[in-house]
Design a protein around this ligand. Structure first.
Ligand SMILES: *[C@@H]1O[C@H](CO)[C@@H](O)[C@H](O)[C@H]1NC(C)=O
Ligand SMILES: *[C@@H]1O[C@H](CO)[C@@H](O)[C@H](O)[C@H]1NC(C)=O
Length: 189
């Protein structure tokens, strides 16, 4: 009986390892992939659909990462900054970019607001605090997002007057958690 349950749990660990490996590796994936068939999730953020189109942890990219993100009406990113450049291409919908390029100050401060719209593009320099949201009541906002230096190290603010030094680091970021290999933990037994 003990042998049977050992074999069973060994087997499920083995299966788990296979599933994890195929989800976090490009091995076995076709070269040309249908975006509609890539894994998408909201990663716990209401109104978000995130797809890592081409990723660092997922696909082994060293210099850039590409996301396809869709925000339902009223949804938005947190106020945040990161240690990478970021380029947005708006594919569908309208929204608002809140931008506070004041990393030399103690806190972001009141952001400037910019309307964003289908076929518009904008870039966020390294470490500038920003927030992007769908401020349209009726239509989804869909954007292609390209970041440099993946995987992203994201610092999150509660509000625009939180000191830069108090912003919380979220690393690995939500969509990188599954494929992030933490350094091996020492076996305490
Ligand atoms: C891509 O995937 C979608 C959803 O499964 C499907 O409807 C579409 O036909 C696919 N496109 C091609 C060219 O296979
Ligand atoms: C986006 O802009 C390009 C360049 O002007 C144009 O060719 C394209 O048709 C535009 N697409 C949409 C959806 O407006």
């Amino acid at each position: 009986m003990a042998g049977f349950s050992f074999a069973l749990s060994f087997c499920s660990i083995f299966l788990f390892a296979i599933t994890e490996a195929s989800r976090c590796s490009i091995i076995g994936l076709p070269l040309v992939r249908n975006i509609s068939e890539l894994p998408q999730d909201n990663y716990g953020r209401g109104g978000l659909s995130h797809i890592t189109v081409a990723g660092s942890l997922l696909h082994g990219l060293k210099e850039v990462e590409v996301w396809l993100q869709t925000f339902s009406p009223g949804s938005h990113t947190p106020i945040h900054r990161h240690s990478c450049e970021e380029v947005f291409v708006v594919l569908k919908g309208t929204g608002t970019l809140y931008f506070a390029p004041s990393s030399h100050e103690k806190y972001p401060g009141t952001p400037k607001e910019f309307p964003i719209y289908s076929n518009s593009t904008f870039l966020i320099p390294v470490n500038d605090a920003h927030q992007v949201g769908n401020t349209n009541e009726h239509e989804d906002l869909q954007m292609l997002v390209i970041i440099s230096r993946p995987p992203a190290k994201v610092f999150i603010y509660d509000d625009w007057f939180m000191p830069h030094t108090a912003a919380r680091l979220k690393f690995p970021y939500y969509w990188d958690e599954q494929c992030f290999e933490a350094p091996p933990v020492k076996d305490e037994l």
